[in-house]
Design a protein around this ligand. Structure first.
Ligand SMILES: [Fe+2]
Length: 177
């Protein structure tokens, strides 16, 4: 379950409904969707081949159907990151700086963990996302992302349109002040 880390002096938020309220009130959609047991055969492995990736996506296809019907999503893929991925640090360096996209950024974390940072109306905070967390960041919302020390995550990405999905850097710092 996701936790919210605020600037020094403010409490961490750990309770699911409070996390949801905190994010919703800032325009970010959040759901706690328990990863099904039949996904675990695949999520337990560090490396997945293309067939296994597709089989894993099928175990959570009900969520894709829901997003297709409700919000017009058209495609999804699976990102699998771990310390042995070639060029992982260069890849992560694209997203650990403060940026926004002109399209929504939608992730369903099905294994591992990482941090999304946000800068919204002058307020900065981190969301530590883990297995079973779904998060939808609206277009033009300033954010950043990095992995924790385990450097391991499996996340489904959902797209309405992939053309707007490039990072636009703002030059802000990621310090929580
Ligand atoms: Fe992003």
């Amino acid at each position: 379950m996701a936790t919210i880390i605020q600037k020094k002096g403010l409490p961490e938020i750990k309770e699911t409904s409070e996390v949801k309220n905190f994010l919703n009130s800032r325009g970010i959609d959040y759901e706690h969707w328990i990863v099904p047991e039949n996904s675990k055969t695949f999520t337990a492995k560090q490396v997945l081949n293309d067939v296994e990736k597709e089989d894993l996506l099928k175990t959570v296809n009900d969520k894709f159907e829901l997003l297709k019907q409700k919000e017009g999503y058209t495609t999804r893929d699976l990102v699998v990151l771990h310390p042995d991925v070639p060029g992982i640090n260069e890849m992560l360096a694209k997203f650990d700086k403060v940026h926004f996209h002109t399209d929504v950024e939608v992730r369903y974390i099905i294994d591992g963990s990482g941090y999304f940072g946000f800068l919204i109306n002058g307020e900065k905070f981190l969301v530590h996302v883990k297995e079973s967390d779904f998060i939808s960041i609206p277009k033009n919302t300033t954010h950043w992302f990095y992995l924790d020390d385990a450097k391991r995550i499996k996340a489904v990405r959902y797209f309405q349109d992939t053309s707007g999905w490039v990072p636009n850097y703002t030059g802000d710092t990621t310090d929580l002040v």
